[in-house]
Design a protein around this ligand. Structure first.
Ligand SMILES: [Zn+2]
Length: 176
């Protein structure tokens, strides 16, 4: 029993210690423990845009109670934090409603890069232009590296969810 425990603790330790390289060099690196190594053979084929519905998201993605993460968090002041390697599966879009166009397909977390934009608790604030510009630069960089991936909003996957929410400039992200 003790050896199982030691093996488990070692796995937890190693999974948090294995270094990874920033995919977006302008980002600050803060590693979330909430991810699955690799993408189970799936290629990256989309970007999913989210609103955080409140602050403290980077800390929340570090909190073992949350069990959620995203590859990137774009703060209201334009800072970008990368929390999961794009090579790995982050936990941001795993609930697909039956009325979603993605229902019945592989879990979107396996084939998407998730980007969270810090917003107010209702996901309905006017977003600062500096934050939007930072997000556009990030998405442009991803598109440069992977080709013209489609960009989806989280509410296309979890239909009825207010994410990324009203006043999110979706059209500007689709225009890239
Ligand atoms: Zn979301």
């Amino acid at each position: 029993m003790a050896s199982y425990l030691i093996a488990f603790l070692l796995c937890v330790l190693v999974s948090n210690v294995v270094p990874w390289t920033l995919d977006y060099p302008s980002a600050q690196q803060v590693s979330s423990p909430h991810f699955n190594r690799g993408r189970s053979g799936h290629a990256i084929k989309a970007i999913v845009l989210h609103g955080t519905a409140g602050g403290g998201t980077v800390q929340w993605f570090l909190n073992p109670a949350s069990k959620v993460s995203a590859h990137y968090v774009v703060e209201q002041d334009g800072r970008v934090v990368q929390m999961v390697s794009e090579d790995d599966t982050a936990w941001h879009a795993g609930v697909v409603t039956t009325n979603s166009q993605f229902y019945g397909q592989p879990n979107p977390n396996l084939w998407a890069i998730g980007i969270e934009f810090s917003r107010n608790i209702n996901n309905d604030n006017d977003m600062p232009e500096v934050q939007i510009q930072a997000g556009l630069r990030l998405v442009s960089d991803i598109l440069r590296r992977y080709g013209k991936l489609p960009r989806y909003t989280h509410d296309q996957i979890s239909v009825g969810r207010i994410c990324p929410g009203p006043k999110f400039p979706t059209s500007r992200f689709l225009a890239l």
